[in-house]
Design a protein around this ligand. Structure first.
Ligand code: APR
Length: 243
């Protein structure tokens, strides 16, 4: 695609870029987006019915089977050119805050640092009772148990209806109000509070660039809409910069 000159200038001149990514940035790594139809055994399940506290309390073994399937997918996945372009961008701009809604760890695998994981991390286990990350649990059981209190462990992700952890939320809110460029990549901009971060940036005068395959609720408020695959658009955008 030909990238508008205004979008190139906005990135070139930016002092603080806020990047918000969603599952679309991992799609070209083979990790299904949240709203893509699930495959195989999980095709009959709706993720929105599995990623909830009630689903876990109702059938923890089923939820753990789903998350183990997702962990295997993510563990096999490799960062795509979109992830790698964001690593290059962080080296080019004076300041970059990367906030991801993804839990697959692919930004870190690509080399991004200080990634703000808004919805937690797929590979972490957390004690349901003590709400602390547990690293030494036996994995070979249907529902791993906390070695400290004996209670069930849960995947270290944020489920629907749960609050965003305080630290990532504070970091993201502060950065969104200070950035001068907000880059939304591969997210449907449908889930709050992540979807509200762009409003905070815009209300402080930031330019908004959206990279997506389709229109989202953010599209009409974006200064530039780069329609295409993030694994193609992001490298092309970086290639336009005087790196
Ligand atoms: N390049 C760019 N955008 C893409 C690509 C791609 N290759 N593939 C898909 N997309 C876009 C889709 O058009 C869609 O707008 O990525 C978006 C994915 O949207 P969702 O599946 O809703 O995922 P996401 O926006 O990350 O969801 C946000 O909601 O489902 C919960 O907690 C979950 O973190 C998730 C949050």
């Amino acid at each position: 695609m030909s990238i508008p000159r205004g979008a190139i200038s906005a990135v070139r001149d930016a002092q603080h870029v806020f990047v918000l990514t969603g599952s679309g940035v991992s799609a070209e790594s083979g990790v299904p987006t949240f709203r893509d139809a699930q495959s195989g055994l999980w095709a009959k399940y709706d993720p929105l019915q599995l990623a909830t506290p009630d689903a876990f309390l109702n059938d923890p073994a089923l939820v753990w089977r789903w998350y183990r399937w997702r962990r295997e997918l993510a563990a096999r996945a490799t960062p795509n050119p979109g992830h790698l372009a964001l690593v290059r961008l962080a080296r080019f701009v004076p300041q970059l805050t990367l906030v991801t809604q993804n839990v697959d760890g692919l930004h870190q695998k690509a080399g991004s640092r200080d990634v703000v994981e808004f919805h937690g991390n797929l590979f972490e286990n957390r004690c349901l009772n003590e709400n602390v990350i547990v690293t030494d649990a036996a994995e070979c059981v249907d529902v791993p148990l906390c070695p400290d209190c004996g209670g069930p462990l849960r995947p270290g992700v944020v489920w629907f209806g749960e609050a965003i952890p305080a630290k990532p939320l504070e970091t993201a809110i502060a950065a969104s109000s200070q950035c001068d460029l907000f880059l939304s990549v591969g997210t449907s901009s449908a889930v709050w509070p992540a979807a509200g971060l762009a409003d905070s940036a815009a209300s402080n005068g930031a330019s908004i660039i959206e990279i997506n395959l389709e229109a989202t609720p953010l599209t009409s408020d974006s200064h530039y809409n780069l329609v295409g695959k993030s694994g193609e658009v992001l490298p092309e955008l970086l290639d336009c910069l005087p790196l």
